[in-house]
Design a binder for this molecule. Structure first.
Ligand code: PMP
Length: 452
């Protein structure tokens, strides 16, 4: 009996153990499901991570926007597209994908396993992580387009123009100054400037935005962006103090967006692959810098923050830039169905035509007047057709244009993120065509409705 009792006890305690194991396993399963659901929800909510995916909420706090964004266009029927949110908040240059698809393997490169092993690219160059092929391709394209002076300049490559902006701030602000340097830009300014400047609460610099609340005779840095993001204006420095150092962000000074009237010839110029060829995912930018000491300090920053810049990206970018130049320079390939800047120009012209038509259908919205000029590259005379439209909600009852458009499932970025009024929104024109067409359809409908 005792043995049976013992046996029953043994069986009983095994049961208890099994139940405990099951209970623990159950908890783990629930926990793992919860974690995965949480993770999925986070992806769905955040949409994507990356600087330009965040907007500035006016208090220097980054806020991510709703994620209706799809990285690739999904096959869908008309009903699906009519019901979804159209995300025109981010300046994601997916418009260019169809061009590069049409070019097939022209820009394909093969990278063998043994390549890009070393940190170093060219130890003789001030920018030791700059791939010589990329430097050559950048210079060649600038000389072809005539949009920037490259002679007697140092090229500094960065992980996007975003990293170069940080590098240049680091390079220009003395570490032994008693106060942080003021960083200013006329409103409306690119919404990432204050975010980047304030992100680490640096002792070197401080975001002042559009304010006269600083001593212009003391050193300060002014950001000049042309054509400007968000409003497409062609700008000059506005503060005109004797202590000003200028950074020219010329991300959009390319012939698909604006007439190239002369070679940009400034001390510090920032360019990016994201808005020139549309390869934002390659994460490459380059700076053309006159002063050797500044270029050296920028290189130091990139050395400290990321020990250089991806060689794979640089080699891929070199190929892309060279293919663009080839299609213009080589007689043999000049009968290409469309050359890159012609494609970009025509696509931007079409999208701006569609937008103006939709805006002109009623009185709810307005667009800024943009300058017209002759392009020395294409010989066309045309008005600036920026990557973004700076739209104003004209009706007095609409105080917050972003929220108003959101009710119609159109996601944009409100004017306050750019140091301006909520009556304005920035709308990206360089996304996928099907999204853009649906946006135009919705905007035309809203605009033809009677005023509230
Ligand atoms: N400057 C301006 C004016 C921009 O609009 C952008 C992209 N939105 C950048 C810089 C950043 O470019 P990148 O993708 O190279 O970091």
């Amino acid at each position: 009996m005792p043995s049976r009792v013992t046996g029953a006890r043994v069986v009983g305690s095994r049961k208890v153990k099994d139940q405990a194991v099951l209970l623990v396993a159950g908890h783990w399963l629930m926990l793992s499901v919860a974690i995965n659901i949480g993770f999925l929800l986070k992806i769905i909510h955040d949409g994507n991570l990356g600087m330009d995916w965040y907007a500035f909420n006016g208090n220097g706090v980054a806020v991510s926007s709703l994620a209706s964004y799809t990285a690739e266009p999904k096959p869908g029927n008309d009903v699906q597209i009519q019901e979804k949110y159209i995300n025109l908040d981010h300046g994601d240059p997916t418009m260019y994908q169809s061009y590069w698809k049409q070019m097939g393997d022209r820009t394909t490169i093969v990278i063998s396993g043994w390549q890009s092993v070393s940190y170093f690219s060219d130890t003789k160059n001030l920018c030791w992580f700059l791939e010589p092929g990329f430097a050559k391709a950048v210079t060649r394209l600038h000389n072809l387009v005539g949009n920037a002076e490259t002679a007697n300049r140092h090229i500094v490559v960065g992980t996007g123009s975003t990293q170069l902006f940080q590098a240049v701030l680091y390079a220009l602000c003395p570490s032994d100054a008693p106060d942080p340097m003021s960083i200013v830009s006329a409103a409306p300014f690119y919404s990432s400037y204050p975010l980047i400047t304030e992100c680490l609460k640096s002792g070197l610099y401080k975001w002042k935005g559009y304010t006269n609340d600083f001593d212009k005779d003391e050193p300060y840095i002014e950001l000049v962006t042309y054509p400007n993001n968000p409003d497409g204006s062609i700008r000059d420095a506005v503060f005109n103090g004797s202590g000003g150092i200028l950074i020219h962000d010329v991300a959009y000074y390319w012939p698909q967006y604006t007439p190239i009237s002369s070679r940009a010839d400034h001390d510090i110029m920032l360019f990016t692959l994201s808005k020139s060829t549309g390869h934002a995912g390659t994460r490459l930018g380059w700076a053309l810098v006159k002063d050797e000491a500044i270029a050296k300090k920028m290189v130091k920053f990139i050395e400290i923050s990321s020990i250089g810049v991806s060689k794979d990206s640089q080699n891929r970018a070199a190929k892309t830039l060279d293919v663009i130049s080839d299609t213009y320079e080589d007689a043999e390939t000049s009968n290409e169905s469309k050359r890159f800047f012609d494609f970009g120009y025509e696509e931007m012209a079409k999208r701006w035509r569609q937008l103006r038509e939709a805006v002109n259908k009623g009185k709810r919205f307005s667009l800024p007047n943009l300058p017209v000029g002759k392009c020395n590259f294409s010989n066309r005379t045309f008005g600036t057709q920026p990557a973004f439209a700076w739209v104003k909600c004209e009706h007095a009852s609409v105080r917050d244009c972003e929220s108003f458009l959101k009710q119609h499932k159109i996601l944009t970025r409100g004017g306050e993120h750019f140091g301006s009024s909520k009556k304005y929104v920035r709308i990206s024109l360089i996304g996928y065509e099907e999204d853009y067409n649906e946006f135009i359809r919705r905007l035309s409908l809203i605009n033809s409705e009677e005023s509230p």
